[in-house]
Design a protein around this ligand. Structure first.
Ligand code: PAF
Length: 285
C-alpha cells in the first residue's frame, strides 16, 4: 500500500517508524512528472532498501527568473498511480508553503562543484537544489538516496553535500535511462514538437561521436569535445555548453584523462535539454 503524506512532520514520522521496524529507508526525490527514468530509481531503491519513499515537489527555489516553473508538468494522480504500481511505500507531496513557510531564509550552498556547467548558465539553481535536498535528507533521516546521472553535476554536488555536512545518507547515482533511439528520458521531453524531438537526437549523435572516438583511442579532451559539439550545434537552436571535464572535479583535465565527462546543455525552441556520457566508464549512449 502506498501512503500519501503532505506535511513534513508526517513524512519524518513515517520514515522514523519504518526504521523503528528495522526497515532500511530508500529515498527517491523527484519533482513529479514521473517517467521510466524516475521509476528506475524506485527499482534501484527497492533492490537496496526495505521501505521506499518518493518525494514529489516542484521546488520553486531551483528555478530562475524566466525558467519553466509555471509550465513545469504536474500530474499528481498519474505520478501516484505509477508509485502504487511499483510498490512505493510512501509518497511525500508537500505544498510549497509547507517546505518554505513565511520567514524561511536559510540557504545551503556548496563551493567549486556548483560553479561550472549548469552553475554558469543557471546561477541560483544549485543553491535551490541543495537547500531543498538538505531539507529532504533531514526529514528522512538515515537513508539511501537515489539520483539519476542525467543530472550528473547535481548528483556529484549532492554526494559532496552529504559528505561535507555529515548527513547520514548514502547518495547513489543511477544510470541514465534512454528511449530506444538514445534520447535521455526527461520530464521536459514532453515540451518538444515532433520536429524538435527528431532534432534532439543531435545530443545523442554528439555523445556517440565522442564515445566512438574514445573507443578508437582518442584521448585529447578538446578533440573529443569538438566532435560532440559539431553534432549538437547542427541539431539545436542554441547551445549553452558542450564540455569535456574531469568526472570528479568537473574542470578540464590537465593531463591525459583515464575518464572524461562530456556534458551538454542546449535549447530547442523554448525547451532546454541536458545529457552526458562518461568516456571510459559508461556504455555507448
Ligand atoms: O532532479 C530533480 O528532480 C530535482 O532537482 C530534485 C533533486 C528532486 C530537487 O528538487
Amino acid at each position: 500500500m502506498t501512503t500519501v503524506v503532505r506535511k513534513p512532520a508526517e513524512f519524518r514520522r513515517a520514515c522514523d517508524d519504518a526504521r523503528a521496524d528495522a526497515r532500511s529507508v530508500g529515498l527517491v526525490p523527484t519533482m513529479g512528472a514521473l517517467h521510466d527514468g524516475h521509476l528506475s530509481l524506485v527499482e534501484a531503491a527497492k533492490i537496496r532498501t526495505d521501505f521506499v519513499a518518493v518525494t514529489i515537489f516542484v521546488n520553486p527555489l531551483q528555478f530562475g527568473a524566466g525558467e519553466d516553473l509555471d509550465r513545469y508538468p504536474r500530474n499528481f494522480e498519474d505520478d501516484l498511480a505509477g508509485c502504487r504500481k511499483r510498490g512505493v511505500d510512501l509518497v511525500f507531496a508537500p505544498a510549497p508553503n509547507a517546505m518554505y513557510p513565511a520567514q524561511f531564509q536559510t540557504n545551503v550552498s556548496i563551493g567549486d562543484l556548483a560553479t561550472p556547467l549548469e552553475g554558469e548558465c543557471r546561477p541560483a539553481h544549485f543553491d535551490g537544489v541543495t537547500t531543498v535536498v538538505a531539507k529532504l535528507f533531514n526529514l528522512t533521516g538515515p537513508c539511501t538516496a537515489m539520483f539519476g546521472r542525467k543530472d550528473y553535476q547535481q548528483w556529484k554536488i549532492l554526494a559532496r553535500m552529504a559528505r561535507d555536512l555529515d548527513m547520514p545518507v548514502e547518495v547513489v547515482g543511477c544510470p541514465i535511462v534512454r528511449e530506444l533511439d538514445g534520447l535521455a528520458l526527461s520530464s521536459r521531453n514532453r515540451y518538444l514538437s515532433d520536429t524538435e524531438r527528431a532534432r534532439a537526437l543531435g545530443i545523442v549523435s554528439g555523445l556517440r561521436a565522442a564515445h566512438d572516438a574514445w573507443a578508437e583511442g582518442e584521448r585529447h579532451p578538446d578533440a573529443l569535445r569538438s566532435l560532440a559539439a559539431k553534432q549538437v550545434q547542427a541539431g539545436f537552436d542554441r547551445v549553452d555548453y558542450v564540455a569535456a571535464v574531469d568526472p570528479d572535479t568537473l574542470v578540464p583535465p590537465t593531463e591525459a584523462p583515464s575518464g572524461l565527462l562530456i556534458a551538454v546543455a542546449a535549447h530547442l525552441g523554448t525547451t532546454r535539454l541536458i545529457d552526458n556520457v562518461v568516456l571510459g566508464a559508461d556504455p555507448r549512449p
